[in-house]
Design a binder for this molecule. Structure first.
Ligand SMILES: [Zn+2]
Length: 173
């Protein structure tokens, strides 16, 4: 089922993505399939829109699409699950859809001042490797596949990226 969202005004963050109808937990919100490109082949002003998919490789999402406008939150309502963003809990009409950029970026130079305003705001979003252990536990395997490959163990013969988290794990505010 396709989710119903609208692009709207997210205040100081610029534009954002908002639910136009209730979204059930685990619903696929958007896929970030696309051609991986070397980061230096992408103009720097577009870096904030990219999704990291491997070391120095990024996908530039469809311009003006859902992922293009989806903002970061330190207490998001969406999660990465494989190559999709999924609802991490029930999302109400009018709620802004967010995910944690630190679950798809592991470039150590990444640093973004956060304006998410959530009680648990880390003030600065940085690479996955710098997330506090308790935050990593919340996300578990709901991180980008290349991060699973780097940090998670799988049984012999199994690609860790296949262990992508699918549970809806986030608590409601
Ligand atoms: Zn924040």
């Amino acid at each position: 089922m396709k989710v119903s969202v609208i692009i709207g005004d997210a205040g100081p963050k610029g534009k954002g993505v908002f639910a136009a109808a209730p979204i059930a937990p685990s619903t696929k919100v958007a896929g970030y399939y696309g051609r991986p490109r070397w980061i230096w082949d992408i103009p720097e002003e577009l870096w904030p829109y990219t999704i990291q998919v491997d070391y120095d490789k990024y996908v530039l999402p469809r311009r003006n699409g859902v992922i293009w406008y989806m903002n970061h939150s330190c207490e998001p309502n969406c999660l990465i699950s494989g190559k999709y963003l999924v609802a991490g809990r029930a999302i109400n009409v009018g709620e802004e859809l967010t995910f944690d950029y630190s679950t798809d970026v592991d470039w150590s130079g990444f640093s973004m001042r956060c304006r998410c305003g959530s009680p648990g705001c880390r003030k600065t979003a940085r690479a996955y490797r710098f997330l506090p252990a308790r935050v990593k536990r919340v996300y578990g395997r709901n991180v980008a596949p290349f991060i699973l490959r780097e940090y998670f163990r799988a049984p012999p013969g199994v690609d860790p990226a296949a262990l992508a988290g699918t549970r809806s794990v986030l608590r409601s505010p």
